[in-house]
Design a binder for this molecule. Structure first.
Ligand code: FAD
Length: 456
């Protein structure tokens, strides 16, 4: 096959994962002659969504991607205590437990809360506008021996050498390669709102300046200031409906009924009651999750990134940070496989496979670990056959015994990548020495196959 001078990378989706992948391939890989094009279904890129948390791993990655504005106090918000998560009792308001950063010396890397739209538009400034094609809804992806294609709803298509599916939790790219992949409703619906902080600040006595997570026996409630003077409230409740019923009745981001939020939390402590009264609206986000993928490399030329690769349903508020780390790993993998310092990097298919394999092997085990936790939690319902005192004791015990998630929130993706490189190089060396040994035995590679065959 003739080797090309330019490597055409087509990315489905221009969300957090798609944009950060484009930035990482440009800046981290530094591979020359990459032609990166993004295809996004939205007709315009609006500041949509609600709050999104980025933990230290994601904040460090934003810095490595050169998105320095995201680390300032202008775009995101870090509370005064420096504690990333504070958990309070729903009724007494007492702090029951906290998560602490374990090794995050730079305060700019502390867990930061953004409006998703602000983080998205910050990333957008780092991607050339002419490389983003709007109104391009992917309906199918295809891989051939010599390239990849995205087919759009409008009947047009785009072609490239590598395909990155960054089209979110309901990825059409993933569906093209794993048609029977299913998402399951986790049983939780989130009621989210973002609004001007002046609606609540100064209006509620003792409103904490730090982000707060109140836990009740079934529901929980989150409230935080965000960057750019915004504030968020998030109520999460159990919904007993099945996946099919949920899909028929609630779509992602649908406007909810704010009176339902107020009613749901009417017996909680006065701060929460006041927050729900002042919350002007809610949007509903039913939570779905899917299994870990069997592979992250499809047909030697395609991969997935972000929620498309790990449908973890927003658990541990890790989605944004995972997407950023995926992007950094992809950039490092391109750098390693295509050797940008050579005068003419080789875009041969074996190097494409090498890049995607390095990326997948770095990220797949990490995502699988998270998905195991998520799936273990689905369907766990609080006991109903206990007294109020027992229920409260169980709640407090659960809050205090939350697992340490520093492996997730402080994950070092560069170290994971270096370990993958080492592991794959060791495996290659063993394979090479085995094949050399076999060659000696049989003298020519052709005879090796015969020798092996005769053994079987
Ligand atoms: C509108 C929206 C609001 C969100 N709000 C929140 C929030 O408030 N809090 C939170 O924690 N997380 C939110 N998320 C999810 C969060 O952004 C992700 O978990 C995380 O950032 C990983 O990003 P991602 O790029 O993989 O996925 P996403 O952020 O979902 O981005 C996927 C992108 O692909 C595009 N896309 C999807 N299907 C197609 C298609 N067929 N063809 C072309 N393009 C396609 C989408 O329009 C989107 O731009 C939201 C996602 C979206 C899309």
């Amino acid at each position: 096959m003739e080797e090309k001078d330019t490597l055409r990378v087509i990315i489905a989706g221009a969300g957090i994962a798609g944009l950060s992948a484009a930035i990482a391939l440009e800046r981290v890989s530094a591979v020359p002659n990459l032609n990166i094009q993004l295809y996004e279904q939205a007709p315009e890129l609006l500041e949509i969504g609600a709050s999104i948390a980025i933990s230290p791993n994601g904040m460090r990655t934003l810095e490595k991607l050169g998105v320095h504005e995201a680390l300032t106090d202008e775009v995101g918000y870090r509370g005064p205590s420096g504690i990333p998560q504070i958990f309070r009792h729903w009724k007494t308001d007492r702090v029951v437990s906290v998560d602490n950063h374990t090794d995050v010396p730079d305060p700019r890397h502390h867990t930061t809360r953004f409006h998703r739209g602000h983080l998205h538009s910050t990333l957008l400034k780092h991607v050339p506008a002419q490389s983003i094609h709007l109104n391009k809804k992917v309906v199918r992806a295809e891989i051939r021996q010599d390239g990849v294609s995205l087919l759009f709803e409008d009947g047009n298509s785009a072609h490239g050498d590598i395909l990155i599916g960054a089209d979110g939790i309901r990825s059409k790219v993933r569906q093209s390669f794993i048609p029977d992949y299913k998402l399951r409703f986790t049983g939780k619906v989130f009621m989210r709102a973002t609004f001007d902080a002046s609606l609540v600040e100064g209006k509620i006595p003792d409103l904490p300046a730090d982000s707060m997570h109140w836990w009740g026996p079934k529901d929980n409630f989150f409230a935080s200031r965000l960057g750019k003077g915004q504030y968020t409230t998030v109520g999460a409740y159990d919904d007993p409906r099945t996946t099919e019923e949920l899909e028929r009745n609630i779509f992602w981001g649908q406007r909810g009924n704010v009176d339902f939020l107020r009613e749901r939390y009417k017996d909680w402590n006065p701060t929460i009651r006041a927050l729900t009264q002042l919350t002007p609206y809610t949007n509903l986000y039913p939570n779905f999750a899917g299994d870990a993928l069997p592979t992250w490399v499809f047909g030697s030329r395609a991969t997935l990134i972000g929620d498309a690769a790990h449908a973890h349903g927003g658990a541990f508020a890790a989605g944004g940070s995972l997407a950023l780390d995926d992007a950094l790993a992809l950039g490092l993998a391109f750098k390693h496989a295509f050797n940008p310092s050579s005068t003419r990097p080789s875009f041969a298919v074996e190097n494409i496979v090498k890049a995607l394999k390095l990326y997948g092997k770095t990220r797949q085990p990490h995502a699988a670990r998270l998905l195991r936790i998520v799936h273990n939690q689905i369907g766990q319902r609080p006991r109903v056959d206990i007294t109020a005192e027992e229920e409260d004791a169980a709640l407090v015990a659960k809050m205090k015994s939350r697992p340490n998630t520093a492996w997730l929130s402080e994950h070092d993706v560069e170290a994971a990548f270096a370990a993958t490189v080492e592991q794959l190089e060791a495996e290659d060396a063993i394979e090479e020495s085995q094949s050399l040994g076999n060659t000696k035995l049989g003298e020519t590679p052709g005879q090796v196959i015969e020798l092996k065959g005769s053994k079987i």
